[in-house]
Design a protein around this ligand. Structure first.
Ligand SMILES: *[C@@H]1O[C@H](CO)[C@@H](O)[C@H](O)[C@H]1NC(C)=O
Ligand SMILES: *[C@@H]1O[C@H](CO)[C@@H](O)[C@H](O)[C@H]1NC(C)=O
Ligand SMILES: *[C@@H]1O[C@H](CO)[C@@H](O)[C@H](O)[C@H]1NC(C)=O
Ligand SMILES: *[C@@H]1O[C@H](CO)[C@@H](O)[C@H](O)[C@H]1NC(C)=O
Ligand SMILES: *[C@@H]1O[C@H](CO)[C@@H](O)[C@H](O)[C@H]1NC(C)=O
Ligand SMILES: [Zn+2]
Length: 436
């Protein structure tokens, strides 16, 4: 009210009403134009998101029977085609994740099944398209497709085998996180949920370095989300291609072990790599509840430490359970971009975050691959004593072949007493002599 004298006069009331109307109209128009600005920006630079676990949800909900769901609209999850379109997600890195409990069991088969389900969903639905190169990714945008990239989440998927890694590459996998919540025999996890392969100096063993080198040679993006900081540092020191954290946030803002401390961010910048910010409430506010301001704080902080050119977005939808208020599903990404615009991020910076930073890293990884095209596949093998795996058939070293006619599936040449070996050889020799 302007004054008590004025309060009851109808003219004053009229003026007040007009003012109110004007202010709400301005609110409406300003809000509208801000949304228009986001819409316009994201139309030109639609999002490349670093991490989504929809294939895991397909496993949990339907045991991968794709015919039982309509990917256009799945009410039980936060990701479907309608909402990816609404969120202006143009490329989604889909995780072909299998639980750590499968390590040393059927991790390789389960990973193949997750690859199968992603290949199916990305070919049976017109909206999707599986891509395996930066060029295909760019082309998919002009065709108005949602590009699917396949990413392994956890080195246990390759069962300590470089040939297995290469075959995954041939199937279209273009990124691998070196660990999930379990150590592998050659790299260390940020979590000690599983007590496996805890040994000194396991951050990146000799074989672990060979895995990184082979990924560099193949053109597979090394993903450091879920690894321990020691492992991340060792990889950053060793990889000749840029690497990513596909779904991790800032440790300075929320001190969770899955987040990245500033000193490690600086190493990442030297590597020309990328951190794609995870939106899981627990990694954002360190509590079960969070909002968009908390998320934007991570972006502001990381930008302050290493600049907007090292930042991307890796939502982790379907992989995590609670998301910030206003970012409940994949349709909500524009709200995050709007918040960053309000915090004076420039359109150039946001275009980088949305899309161009990831494309730069992917192209760099491909360039490193091309430079090494004359290098032969690595024949590095993990020493048998470094994999304590009862399911692994331990084959005899090559020099023993031909000395023994056949082997039982459980034979372990290196444990056989020498006396038995000698006896077997003598027997074999006598058979050969007798039958000649
Ligand atoms: C998705 O399905 C639910 C019912 O399961 C329906 O209420 C909703 O309108 C559908 N959404 C779209 C975009 O079709
Ligand atoms: C681990 O590495 C440190 C330093 O690199 C070394 O001093 C130590 O002997 C190593 N331990 C083992 C068990 O190899
Ligand atoms: C980085 O690599 C160099 C040799 O290339 C090595 O001397 C150094 O110890 C490594 N640092 C880490 C943290 O792994
Ligand atoms: C987010 O929550 C904090 C309190 O934790 C509050 O100060 C802030 O205003 C909230 N932001 C929004 C956009 O709701
Ligand atoms: C953004 O910039 C405007 C104009 O320069 C300034 O008034 C405002 O305080 C800034 N906002 C933030 C969050 O930095
Ligand atoms: Zn994860």
């Amino acid at each position: 009210m302007f004054s008590a004298k004025c309060a009851f006069s109808s003219i004053c009331l009229q003026t007040l009403m007009n003012l109110l109307l004007l202010s709400s109209l301005c609110h409406f128009i300003c809000g509208y134009s801000e949304r228009e600005r986001v819409h316009n920006l994201m139309s030109r630079y639609p999002l490349i998101d670093g991490h989504n676990d929809l294939p895991l949800k397909l496993r949990i909900l339907q045991n991968n029977r794709l015919s039982k769901v309509d990917l256009h609209n799945i009410s039980k999850v936060a990701t479907d085609i309608h909402r990816l379109r609404a969120g202006r997600v143009q490329t989604q890195m889909f995780s072909v994740y299998v639980m750590c409990g499968a390590q040393e069991k059927d991790a390789v088969r389960l990973t193949l099944e997750q690859i199968d389900v992603v290949k199916r969903m990305c070919s049976e639905y017109e909206d999707f398209e599986l891509v395996t190169s930066s060029q295909e990714l760019r082309k998919s945008e002009t065709k108005h497709k949602i590009a699917c990239l396949m990413s392994i989440e956890g080195g246990h998927s390759i069962d300590s085998s470089l040939p297995a890694l290469r075959m995954f590459y041939q199937l279209g996998v273009r990124s691998m996180a070196l660990t999930h919540t379990c150590n592998t025999p050659w790299a260390e996890s940020s979590s000690n949920l599983y007590g496996v392969y805890q040994r000194q100096n396991n951050s990146l063993t000799y074989f672990g370095k060979a895995v990184v080198e082979e990924m560099n040679r193949l053109g597979m993006i090394v993903d450091l989300s879920h690894t321990s900081w020691d492992t991340a540092l060792a990889v950053l020191n060793h990889s000749i291609a840029p690497v990513i954290f596909s779904h991790s946030s800032s440790y300075s803002i929320c001190n969770h072990e899955r987040n990245v401390p500033d000193w490690l961010l600086r190493e990442l910048k030297k590597n020309r790599g990328l951190i794609m910010v995870n939106l899981y409430s627990k990694f954002i506010s360190c509590r079960d509840k969070a909002n968009i301001s908390h998320v934007a704080d991570h972006f502001d902080h990381i930008k302050k430490v290493i600049g907007a050119q090292s930042i991307g977005i890796g939502g982790d939808y379907e992989g995590a359970v609670s998301f910030p208020h206003g970012l409940e599903d994949v349709s909500k990404y524009p709200a995050l971009i709007q918040e960053l615009l309000q915090r004076n991020w420039t359109e150039t910076e946001l275009a980088d975050v949305l899309r161009r930073n990831f494309l730069r890293v992917f192209e760099d990884v491909e360039r490193v691959r091309n430079q090494q095209s004359s290098n032969p596949p690595s024949e590095a093998q993990i020493p048998v004593e470094e994999v304590q795996n009862p399911c692994r058939l331990v084959l005899r070293p090559p020099r023993q072949r031909g000395q023994l006619s056949h082997q039982s599936p459980s034979s372990r040449g290196e444990h056989r007493p020498p006396g038995l070996l000698l006896l077997a050889s003598v027997l074999l020799l006598s058979i050969i002599i007798l039958t000649e």
